[in-house]
Design a protein around this ligand. Structure first.
Ligand SMILES: Cc1cc2nc3c(=O)[nH]c(=O)nc-3n(C[C@H](O)[C@H](O)[C@H](O)COP(=O)(O)OP(=O)(O)OC[C@H]3O[C@@H](n4cnc5c(N)ncnc54)[C@H](O)[C@@H]3O)c2cc1C
Length: 507
């Protein structure tokens, strides 16, 4: 006889600890732990082999953990609705448990169709919140408090035992090739799985993170000194609450805990407004940029002719990770100097990041491109950034070996070498290493003028006020508190918040 089961649908929560759906389901009856590999999801333009390889390792690790509890993971390949439909027709589904997911537009639509199918078939479901993100949030007032409350709640234990259910068979984990994911060399990619995540947290709090705040900006120090936990948060091998509580117990720096808060703050924006993945937050920027394919390609290949930019891009390609400041700089140079549409450059970065997290990613892409309407516009100077963060050129020489013999005086600006210098450095420009695509100072000037041209007028400000009301952080002290209290008193349509003269920073 078939016994209806508590189906726990794992998505980007690949763990058994602090997993509310799994624990709650296990109290109700025998559990069917399910993971559906969705070939259509992996064919999306933001998905990549490096992400699948990481995810696959997380699944192998989860498989071991569930097997140790008594019931291995059941893996299926296909569309979730079709997979659930088959299980339902076989009489296996009593209820479906999962975490709410704030993913890309594909997972948003997929979750809607699963919900629709469940209600058509009268199957009960329970969706638990993920991390600090709140579904159907009206505005940001009180959001930070609720984040704190969730992070303070006791972590949930893994179920002690899962009774073995009938053998439903389990699909083999496909390789990236099976999923049709193209070549993507990433030899120094981080490893997936909870064990790897816990090792990272231990080494970070015990040793690597001692000088976190000082070391996080330069790529010379950040690879070692940042936590590197992001990919694990993206695939849920640890929960945000676990990381926050771990950090607090170890008296971690405020700078680190603040960033954990930002993680959910950004995902909340996409949860509240899914269109932020595709559309400018402030619609005044619509149609402003037109991507030139040859510029996009040079930037993506690490061949812009700006050594520090190219070094960062090549490091990212090789490892699947780069630190925040360098991500911001890569994006800013693409958007301002090269005038590339953030959707095009963002898609390339999304594929390169093993830790791709749509809510953080697309909001950051917009922030670094000046299209949010509520953030200061930052136009990074690609040469100054190199001089600030790699003054001796160590990072550049490592990642751009064509320049390894170029003397330091020319290293950040190789186009200043004459023919004789080039011969001595065994680096002929335009042949061994490209000349810069464009004059970066002139390009930055033009970009500032174009952005400035958009940020004028009352209607621009009104839309910016509404964005601030809906998505802006309410957590900061000082002058912003004044803004916050004004925000509380007025409804969005009535707001005429004085955002002041728009600021544009260069650095
Ligand atoms: C254009 C751009 C795209 C980005 N895309 C992603 C992405 O797809 N996935 C992703 O996790 N992060 C993204 N970030 C944010 C940030 O760069 C990474 O979270 C961070 O570099 C991850 O490394 P870490 O875990 O060692 O971070 P740490 O410095 O050790 O910080 C710990 C955690 O705090 C969170 N965090 C840190 N900085 C930020 C930030 N600025 N915004 C939000 N959360 C933050 C992350 O969860 C991170 O894992 C992006 C930033 C930019 C500028």
């Amino acid at each position: 006889m078939t016994i209806p089961l508590q189906v726990v649908w794992f998505k980007r929560d690949l763990r058994i600890h602090d997993h509310q759906p799994l624990l709650e389901a296990s109290k109700r009856g025998p559990v069917l732990p399910l993971y559906v590999i969705e070939p259509r999801l992996w064919a999306e333009p933001d998905a990549s082999k490096r992400q699948w390889d990481f995810c696959r390792e997380c699944l192998q690790d989860l498989q071991q953990q569930l097997t140790a509890l008594g019931q291995p993971l059941v893996i299926r390949v296909g569309e979730p609705v079709a997979v659930l439909d088959t299980l339902f027709k076989q009489g296996y589904i009593a209820k479906v448990w999962s975490h709410q997911e704030t993913g890309n537009s594909f997972t948003y639509n997929r979750d809607r169709s699963v919900r629709r199918w469940l209600s058509q078939h009268g199957i009960p479901r329970a969706e638990s919140p993920s991390n600090g993100v709140i579904r159907r949030l009206h505005d940001r007032n009180g959001w930070a408090r609720s984040w704190e409350k969730r992070m303070d709640q006791e972590r949930l234990p893994a179920p002690e035992f899962l009774p073995k259910i009938n053998d439903l068979g389990c699909a083999e984990l496909p390789t990236a090739d099976d999923l049709g994911l193209g070549a993507d060399l990433c030899p120094d990619r981080q490893r997936g799985g909870r064990k790897a995540a816990l090792e990272l947290l231990h080494s970070f709090f015990d040793e690597r993170g001692q000088d976190y705040a000082r070391n996080l900006s330069s790529p010379l120090t950040a690879f070692h000194s940042c936590s590197r936990i992001s990919a694990h948060l993206a695939y849920g091998t640890v929960s945000m609450r676990e990381v926050v509580q771990f950090a607090r117990a170890r008296h971690s720096s405020r700078a680190f805990i603040e960033r954990l808060h930002w993680h959910c703050h950004f995902i909340q924006k996409l949860e509240s407004e899914p269109s932020l993945e595709m559309q400018n937050a402030h619609r005044a920027y619509d149609g402003l940029r037109k991507t030139k394919p040859e510029r996009l390609k040079a930037w993506a290949d690490g061949r812009t002719g700006w050594p520090f930019i190219d070094a960062c891009m090549r490091a990212l390609r090789h490892t699947g990770w780069i630190n925040f400041r360098m991500r911001a700089m890569l994006m800013s140079v693409a958007s301002y100097h090269l005038w590339i549409d953030w959707r095009d450059s963002g898609e390339i970065l999304a594929r390169l990041f093993v830790d791709y997290e749509p809510g953080i990613h697309w909001n950051q892409c917009q922030m670094q491109s000046g299209t949010t309407g509520i953030n200061t516009v930052r136009v990074y100077n690609p040469i100054k950034q190199g001089l600030d963060h790699d003054p001796k050129g160590i990072f550049i020489r490592f990642w751009v070996p064509e320049l390894s013999n170029v003397p330091l005086v020319h290293l950040h600006t190789p186009w200043t070498m004459n023919a004789n210098d080039q011969e001595l450095a065994r680096c002929v420009l335009g042949q061994d290493y490209p000349l810069p695509l464009i004059d970066h100072e002139e390009a930055a000037r033009q970009a500032r003028d174009r952005i400035w041209g958009v940020r004028q007028g009352e209607s621009y400000r009104r839309e910016a006020d509404a964005i601030q009301w809906k998505h802006g952080s309410r957590r900061h002290s000082g002058s912003r508190r004044g803004k916050q209290s004004r925000l509380k008193k007025q409804a969005p349509g009535q707001l005429s918040l004085d955002l002041g003269k728009p600021q544009i920073n260069s650095g």
